[in-house]
Every structure is written in structure tokens, then in C-alpha cells.
Design a protein around this ligand. Structure first.
Ligand code: G3I
Length: 416
């Protein structure tokens, strides 16, 4: 990571104290400019974009929806193009979207998505190939509605992966190959993939994916991996792929978080645990739900649904300042952890662009007013946006101070 400081060659010679003082003052001024804090810059932190703030740390992405892919959303379009250097497809690359019937593929929206990313020089992510959800029933059934056998399902999986990944070979940076295969207790989810093929459906999926596009990064993507039991299951899953000599590039921590859960220590430990296996970590679907939860555990299981109640939709007239502040502090805390791990994290992607379009307005209760992202319903940056940008400049400032302190101490030390 490039920090403001002094070069190695400057550190070797003896430099007069006045020069040291001037250099420290200059470094401080550079920091003020970088943070947008100079009096002449009324826009302050808003003039710094997310992708620039973290350009030496990790990619910053957003999941985009169909209207955004087709550039029909004139409010969010400039935000996407200005703030992000990576995109994920919120829905258009899911099985039900691209492969709705056995002999029918529909790539119209997916092709437009990939062209959008290329035209804007973004890292393009594929999401997702093998998932228990949003996969049509025909995939697992014969013409009479009976479950197919292992060989048939493996052939369908292989055909799907080779056709979809193959179409974009060399153009996508990475794929979420298998999504959400681990249950809360750390065992493998009893999905139809698992029940029909067996545990090695994972090894097969990654083998097919690597053969379909050898240059693509291959991720395992899941929510709730901060929970130690579930994390242990995902760590075992990755170790198993590695022990079979199958390519697995990284883990995607979805990052569907609450204001308090999981705590920062859990996030920190989770990143370290996966990085210790030698795989990259991506935060793939970041958002923070500020609304009261009808569930006990933090989940992003799309199958869970609850009835609407006014008490569970408290901010229909806007987010109170106190909660806005909590959200900003929570984002700042999370980004301080991500920055600590900047060498291990490849990408941080938000699951949506602005609050009005978030899936959290309709999950796990339909029709709520949610506030999970960095841009509000008027497409303006929220205090949370500024908090995230400031986490980058503060991290740089801390690193610069440490380097400057080290330099001053070394300069002052007597030479032998
Ligand atoms: O497009 C149809 C529309 O024609 C129809 O009128 C409408 C009626 O409900 O539904 C629309 O489809 C919805 C689709 O989103 C597009 O908005 C589906 O009902 C709805 O189930 C679907 O939800 C998506 C969900 O995955 C299931 O695929 C969310 O947008 C999407 O954000 C969410 O993303 C998942 C990740 O893929 C995996 N991790 C969890 C994450 C959040 O659930």
C-alpha cells in the first residue's frame, strides 16, 4: 500500500532538523488535501471517490440490477461509473435468468452486463453458478418430475458451467462458483445438489469452472461465516477442495451485517482464518440492516419470510440522526478491519447502489423502508459514505505519522 512518507534513500543520509520539520509540515498538508479538509474545498470528503480512496488497498464494487445494466437508471448510473471499479450482477447471471429451460439460454441481460463492465473498465464478477436457490426445478427433475440421478445432474451442471462461463472466457475477473453450500451448524446444506450428487458436487463444480475459464478467479461465497460453527464448515470445505488439488482462489464473505452483529473481532478473526488457508478474501455483498429483525440469528437466507408489522418498519419517514450516526460508525469500524487486512482482501462489493433499490426493502419482510447502503433514496452520499472515505484517509494518516516518527527518530539517532 502506498503511504505518504519518505523514500528509503531519504532515510539514509543525515538531514538538518529544519528540513525534517518542513517535510513533516508538507506531509501534513498533503494529508489535508487528500482528505478534502482544506477550507477551499466545500465538498470535503464527497470529492474523493470510493474507488480512489481504496485504490491501493482493494477493488470497491457494487451489485447492479437490470435497469442499471441497461443504463435506464439515470440517478444511479453516475454513482456506479464514478464510485466503483468492480461490478457484480445482482440477478442476471443466476441460473433461472440465463438458463430457464433445458435447451434455452437467455444471455441478453448478461451480455449487456459484461459490455457495461468492459466499457467502464471495471473488474467484472460472475454470480453465481451452483446454488440451491433461483435454480429452476427442471434442473433436478426428469420429465415426470422425479429426481434425476447423479450422472444426469453432473452433466447438467457441467453443461451449464461450460456454456455460461465459456461464453465470457477471459473477460470476467472472477466467479462465485458455488453459493451458500454450508448450513448454520457447519454441515453441508442438504440441497438437491448435495442429495443427488453427493459431497463431491463441490469438487466437480470447481473442476468444471477451472476447465471452462482457466484464468478466472474462483470463489466460494456464503453469508454468516463470522459464526464460528458455520465458519468451521466453510474452512473445511475449502481445505477439502485444496486437498483434491482443485483451484479455489478465495472465499466471499457476503457481509449482510447488522448494526451490532457480527462484532468487529469476529469479522477480523474470520478474515484471518480464511487468509491462513492461502486464499483471497472478498467482501462480496456488503450492506448493513438498521431495521429490527424478526429473526434471532443474522441470516441472508432468501427463503426466510415474515409478515409485516408496523413495529418492524419504524423509519418510514426517514432515518433518525442517531441511527444515521450509528450506521456511519458501524461502516467506519468495518472498513478499519478491512484496511487492516488490505493485503488479504481483493475486493469489497456493496450489494446495491442506493437505499431505494436494496433487496433489504423486501427481505425478510416485504415493503419496508431500509437504509443499508452509502447512498440515500435521493442518491446523495450519506454520513456513512463520508465515514468510509475517512477511514481510508485516517489509515493513511496513521501510517504516515508512524513513518514520519520513525524517520525523525532515525535522523536524530547518533550515527556509528
Ligand atoms: O423480476 C421479477 C419481476 O418481474 C416480478 O414482478 C417480481 C415480483 O416479485 O419479482 C422480480 O424478481 C425478483 C428479483 O429479485 C428481481 O427483483 C424476485 O422475486 C426476487 O426473489 C429476487 O430477489 C433477489 C434474491 O437474491 C433472490 O435471487 C434479490 O434481488 C437479490 O438481491 C438477492 O441476492 C442474494 C444473492 O444472490 C446471494 N446472497 C444473498 C443475496 C440477498 O438475498
Amino acid at each position: 500500500m502506498k503511504r505518504i512518507g519518505f523514500s528509503k534513500s531519504q532515510r539514509h543520509g543525515r538531514i538538518p532538523a529544519s528540513t525534517v520539520a518542513m517535510a513533516v509540515a508538507l506531509a501534513g498538508m498533503c494529508l489535508l488535501v487528500a482528505t478534502g479538509c482544506l477550507a477551499g474545498d466545500p465538498k470535503g470528503a464527497d470529492s474523493v471517490t470510493l474507488k480512489d480512496a481504496f485504490k491501493n488497498d482493494f477493488l470497491v464494487g457494487a451489485a447492479i440490477n437490470r435497469a442499471q445494466i441497461y443504463e435506464e437508471d439515470s440517478n444511479n448510473d453516475p454513482i456506479i461509473k464514478t464510485q466503483f471499479n468492480s461490478i457484480s450482477p445482482e440477478n442476471v447471471l443466476k441460473w433461472e435468468a440465463v438458463h430457464p429451460e433445458p435447451d434455452k439460454f437467455d444471455f441478453a441481460a448478461a451480455d449487456t452486463y459484461v459490455k457495461f463492465g468492459e466499457a467502464n473498465h471495471m473488474a467484472i464478477i460472475g454470480h453465481t453458478l451452483v446454488w440451491h436457490s433461483q435454480t429452476p426445478a427442471w434442473v433436478f427433475e426428469d420429465a415426470n418430475g422425479k429426481s434425476v440421478d447423479r450422472e444426469t445432474l453432473l452433466n447438467r451442471m457441467s453443461n451449464h458451467i461450460f456454456t455460461v462461463m465459456g461464453r465470457y472466457k477471459g473477460r470476467l475477473k472472477g466467479w462465485d462458483v458455488v453459493n451458500e453450500a454450508v448450513a448454520d451448524d457447519g454441515t453441508l446444506r442438504k440441497s438437491r445438489w448435495m442429495r443427488i450428487i453427493g459431497e463431491d458436487f463441490l469438487v466437480k463444480a470447481y473442476e468444471f469452472a477451472h476447465a471452462a475459464d482457466p484464468g478466472a478467479e474462483l470463489y466460494y461465497n456464503d453469508f454468516g461465516l463470522e459464526n464460528p460453527e458455520k465458519r468451521a464448515g466453510a474452512l473445511a470445505l475449502i481445505k477439502n477442495l485444496q486437498s483434491h488439488g482443485v483451484k479455489i482462489s478465495g472465499v466471499g464473505l457476503q457481509g449482510h451485517y447488522g448494526l451490532e452483529e457480527p462484532d468487529l473481532k469476529q469479522v477480523d478473526e474470520t478474515i484471518s482464518a480464511f487468509a491462513a488457508l492461502g486464499v483471497k478474501v472478498a467482501i462480496t455483498e456488503l450492506d448493513i440492516n438498521v431495521l429490527p429483525s424478526p429473526m434471532r440469528s443474522l441470516s441472508a437466507d432468501v427463503a426466510q419470510r415474515f409478515a409485516a408489522r408496523a413495529a418492524l418498519n419504524p423509519y418510514t419517514n426517514g432515518l433518525p440522526d442517531s441511527v444515521q450516526r450509528e450506521l456511519a460508525d458501524r461502516y467506519a469500524g468495518l472498513f478499519s478491519v478491512f484496511l487492516k487486512h488490505h493485503g488479504e482482501i481483493s475486493r469489497v462489493t456493496f450489494w446495491g447502489v442506493s437505499d431505494g433499490d436494496s433487496w433489504l426493502n423486501d427481505w425478510p419482510i416485504r415493503g419496508r423502508t431500509s437504509y443499508p447502503l452509502l447512498f440515500d433514496r435521493k442518491h446523495e452520499p450519506k454520513p456513512a459514505f463520508r465515514a468510509v472515505i475517512e477511514s481510508a484517509t485516517q489509515s493513511r494518516s496513521a501510517a504516515a505519522s508512524a513513518e514520519n516518527k520513525e524517520f525523525v527518530e532515525k535522523s536524530a539517532a547518533p550515527k556509528n
